[in-house]
Ligand binder design. Structure first.
Ligand code: GRF
Length: 224
């Protein structure tokens, strides 16, 4: 039987790379339609680089600090690496660096990000604390296509979790992170299967995806 070609991923990280790990784990299943061809970091000491190497994946870092020529030049170097890797899709997974408009244009429709809030609420940094400070009763995470405006762009999938009494930013982050690890590999699968489309209003549909069917109240209703 001929080998079916898989969608090639470049995963960009800055930190521990738990989302990267979730994607590596998904890719280990023989029937998963994607494979990672490059792990890239702007931080030499990003823990995720080791996760990549352990999995036998090419892992490279270029420190952004002191890179000559500024953001555009840096992003051009990153684009070159990605191009050389043959990646079809660029996956930002805790890449804590704003990407330039030319980078976004270069990878248009082939660049996705995960953000730990229910966008369009709580863009930017420190989003778990911002959600706690706002007193929202649900929080969550969003996978979206990247556009030049930060934490915007067509939303592909979201996961929701409750905010619980006694939460601090760390506890809430952990609860959300668990869901990030579920939705990111799923979204990549949908893209690899060619099931994700975006209309001219920026609304995404996933062909034949089972639709969530629930309503939740938090704090929950009491019986009776
Ligand atoms: C995640 O919460 C992700 O949503 C955010 O940065 C964090 C990265 O975590 N953009 P990890 O490096 O994948 O563990």
């Amino acid at each position: 039987m001929g080998k079916v070609s898989k969608l090639k991923l470049a995963v960009l990280i800055s930190g521990g790379g738990s989302n990267l790990q979730a994607i590596i784990d998904a890719c280990n299943a023989a029937d998963y339609p994607a494979e990672i061809v490059l792990v890239f970091s702007n931080q030499l000491d990003a823990g995720g680089l080791e996760r990549g190497r352990k999995a036998g994946i090419r892992a490279e870092a270029i420190p952004h600090k002191g890179f000559p020529g500024g953001r555009e030049a840096y992003d051009a170097a990153v684009s070159t690496l990605i191009e050389e890797s043959g990646a079809d899709l660029v996956v930002l997974a805790g890449y804590l660096r704003l990407v330039s408009e030319s980078f976004v244009t270069r990878w248009k429709d082939r660049l996705i990000n995960i953000h730990p809030s229910l966008l369009p609420s709580f863009k930017g940094l420190h989003v778990h604390q911002a959600a706690l400070d706002a007193g929202v009763k649900f929080a969550g995470c969003t996978v979206h296509y990247v556009v030049p405006e930060v934490d915007s762009g067509p939303i592909i999938a979201q996961a929701v979790v409750p905010v619980l009494p006694g939460d601090d930013a760390g506890k809430l982050a952990q609860r959300i992170l668990k869901q990030e690890h579920r939705i990111y590999p799923q979204v990549i699968r949908w893209i690899a299967e060619g099931r994700v489309s975006v209309n001219d209003k920026g609304i995404v549909t996933v062909a034949d995806a089972p639709q969530a069917d629930f309503a939740e109240i938090n704090p929950a209703l009491e019986p009776g």
